[in-house]
Design a binder for this molecule. Structure first.
Ligand SMILES: NC(=O)c1ccc[n+]([C@@H]2O[C@H](COP(=O)([O-])OP(=O)(O)OC[C@H]3O[C@@H](n4cnc5c(N)ncnc54)[C@H](OP(=O)(O)O)[C@@H]3O)[C@@H](O)[C@H]2O)c1
Length: 272
């Protein structure tokens, strides 16, 4: 059974680009609201801040799901395990709940980094392993290479980019998807349809967007520094979109809006 079957782990709290006291305050608020899944990465430079605040709170370890990601520059034999050991120390954990490869190496072969990831799992550094920003072809390679389940492919996913091809590959390979930039960093607010649908349900455009993501069978990550937004993003389990509303939101993907392009992240592969 997937760990994401637990409703509380379907709504992750992202930590990029938070650091220091801003991160600590946001995480304390998020925990108070009910978040138990936290997303970080070696790249974010905030694993130690996250480890410090979470360990200061009295949360039973099994109630937390902590995801971190290996920096692409560390995906070589000499640096991979030392970097994961550093993540464990910084996060103050004995084992990482979900360890991801943050980016593929552009369009280069993914096998060497997948083998290192598998080794980290074998060494007991991570309970579960997965990938991020993988294309459909890379998802197929991942299941072919790995002897352990690929727990997730974390990708940009929002109504302006509904990732139909990745969803089809998810059904084919059994690798679930998880979203980042779930509200497209605010870009979704330009589309009145989401607010109109929300009015019928007593919910906001952001809540409609996040509910749509969950109903696509995709778990979601959001980030906010404001309690009201954190609460709204978590409070999406008491309504559902009907098939017609799902189709209307699906149609927004025609905008083709994508944040993680190669001009933003040099590791970006050629997307499907
Ligand atoms: N795997 C990857 O390559 C990758 C890439 C990017 C991000 N991520 C992860 O995914 C997480 C989420 O993505 P993201 O933070 O980039 O994008 P996002 O969640 O789409 O947008 C975050 C922004 O939206 C605002 N916001 C949040 N909830 C809102 C609401 N209900 N109403 C209005 N504004 C709201 C926040 O501002 P306020 O603080 O003002 O609320 C924040 O500036 C990150 O924190 C990170 O953990 C992963």
């Amino acid at each position: 059974m997937s760990v994401y079957n637990q409703s509380v782990f379907q709504r992750g709290f992202g930590t990029f680009p938070l650091k220091g006291e801003v991160l600590a305050a946001a995480v304390r608020d998020a925990v108070e609201i009910g978040y138990r899944a936290f997303d970080t990465a070696q790249w974010y430079g905030n694993e130690a801040d996250l480890g410090a605040v979470l360990s200061s709170l009295d949360i039973p370890r099994d109630n937390l799901l902590i995801t971190t990601k290996v920096l692409p520059d560390n995906m070589v034999a000499a640096r991979f395990m030392p970097s994961v050991e550093q993540s464990l120390r910084d996060l103050k954990l004995d084992v990482i709940d979900v360890l991801l490869l943050h980016w593929p190496p552009g369009d280069d072969p993914v096998e060497p980094s997948l083998e290192l990831l598998q080794e980290a799992h074998r060494l007991g550094y991570a309970r579960r392993v997965g990938v991020s920003n993988y294309t459909t072809a890379m998802m197929r390679k991942a299941v072919a290479v790995m002897d352990v389940p690929v727990t997730v492919n974390q990708v940009e996913f929002h109504p302006l980019l509904n990732q139909e091809k990745l969803l089809a590959a998810s059904a084919e390979t059994g690798i679930p998807l998880s979203s980042y930039c779930s509200i497209a960093r605010g870009e979704i607010f330009k589309y009145p349809l989401l607010e109109e649908i929300g009015e019928r349900h007593g919910k906001s455009a952001a809540q409609v967007t996040l509910r749509w993501i969950l109903q696509k069978d995709v778990t979601m990550n959001t980030m906010s520094t404001r309690c009201a937004n954190m609460r709204a993003n978590f409070d999406i389990m008491d309504f559902s979109l009907n098939p017609e509303e799902m189709r209307q939101v699906d149609a927004l993907t025609a905008t083709g809006y994508r944040i993680s392009n190669a001009n933003v992240v040099s590791y970006a592969p050629t997307w499907d």
